[in-house]
Write a protein that binds this ligand. Structure first.
Ligand code: FE2
Length: 392
């Protein structure tokens, strides 16, 4: 991938040890049976990839870099590959009425099918995970074109989501063999998105620990933080969450399950509309959340709103921050602090008509946590949206 320097470690400047909030992670050592170099791509199955690609280019500033479809000899689908710095999204739509892709879209609406993990050795990744109980979704495959070879293999995770291991050390093409590079005539202005910080999965009642154990046993991940329903509850609804991370911290997957409350949890609402477990949100990192969010708002991306009172005692809660408080308040950005620093974050409304997948914009200023201090304000904001939909 020209212009992209992997491996990339968003946490390279942080001390991974000696924190009170986090269990110590193992680091990349020879006993890591599944070394991961990063998120390779996130593939969505959607109803109309052409239009979705337009949205991600114009609203989010992604650049269209590759395409596969009838014009390139692929008969059953069309896929658009979009990039912004180290983030790579693939939007795929079916050209047939009864394919696995169209069935996925019929059941789930637009949603994430593949969380692809970049590996040195796809054969070993498949072998090691199958040995530990993974269910294979696609066998080891070698795909080749004039630019070289990519080896892939896939395993199932929660719901109908899969992880694809991608080994691309012998490949110099735009994305994967079979895809053609695109020189889009559209002028796209990036909004400053840098890398995928974490991807969150929603799973069914009582299933969180099953999936946490899956990531521990099968992929060698560790739980780095957990939240119970006391941490994540409002007057009306609750959820529980545990965050698993791989050894080097490049990949972090929080897993949520609904908890009992007076009203319907947002996780339950997701499960009802997605018809099962799936990816709830993707957190994308920026180095300047003020500029990123200003530009996204200008382009029409909708964000959740927290009430003005959230800002009244913000300095008392989080201490001094470098950003201008007026900007923070005007853009409705949330701030939280942990032992190591602070973070700024903001959540979009769902980006489909079903209240399913949304995005988080995050800027870390030292903090490695996930904004626990904002959960209540955030979930109350989601409840106001649920109320409007009649699903609370
Ligand atoms: Fe998040």
């Amino acid at each position: 991938m020209a212009g992209i320097s992997y491996p990339y470690n968003p946490f390279q400047s942080y001390n991974m040890e000696n924190t009170s909030t986090f269990a110590q992670t193992t680091g990349t050592t020879t006993d890591d049976f599944l070394p991961l170099l990063g998120t390779d791509y996130i593939e969505f199955y959607v109803g109309n990839a052409k239009q979705a690609a337009y949205y991600y280019q114009h609203a989010w500033g992604y650049k269209l870099v590759a395409y596969a479809g009838p014009e390139t000899g692929v008969k059953d689908r069309a896929s658009y590959v979009l990039m912004q710095d180290k983030i790579r999204l693939v939007l795929t739509t079916s050209l047939l009425p009864d394919s696995a892709i169209s069935e996925h879209v019929k059941k789930h609406g637009d949603g994430v099918k593949v969380l692809a993990l970049w590996v040195e050795d796809a054969a070993k990744a498949l072998e090691e995970t199958l040995k530990r109980g993974a269910k294979q979704a696609a066998p080891l495959a070698s795909i080749q074109d004039a630019h070289g070879e990519v080896r892939t293999a896939s395993i199932h995770t929660y719901g109908e989501t899969i992880h694809t291991f991608v080994e691309r050390k012998n490949y110099k093409g735009a994305f994967l063999p079979g895809f053609q590079p695109v020189n889009s005539s559209i002028e796209v202005k990036p909004v400053g998105l840098r890398y995928v910080d974490h991807c969150v999965g929603n799973v069914g009642w009582g299933e969180m620990n099953t999936w946490v154990k899956f990531y521990e046993d099968v992929l060698g991940f560790k739980v780095i933080i957990s939240f119970d329903d006391q941490d994540i509850s409002t007057e009306y609804s609750a959820l529980m969450s545990k965050v698993v991370s791989n050894g080097n911290g490049f990949i972090k997957f929080p897993i949520n399950e609904p908890a009992e409350g007076k009203k319907r949890s947002q996780v339950e609402e997701y499960l009802d509309f997605y018809h099962g477990a799936g990816v709830q949100h993707i957190a994308v990192a920026t180095d300047n959340i003020i500029e990123t969010v200003s530009e996204l708002r200008r382009r029409g991306v909708d964000f959740l709103e927290v009430p003005g009172t959230y800002y009244d005692d913000l300095y008392e809660r989080v201490g001094k921050i470098d950003e201008d408080m007026e900007d923070i308040r005007r853009l409705n950005i949330l701030v939280d602090r942990d032992d190591e620093g602070y973070l700024l974050q903001l959540f979009t409304k769902p980006v489909e008509d079903r209240p399913t997948l949304f995005y988080e914009i995050i800027q870390r200023r030292g903090a490695r946590a996930f904004g626990k201090g904002n959960f209540k304000a955030l979930f109350e904001a989601i409840e106001r949206e649920q109320e409007r939909r009649g699903t609370l």
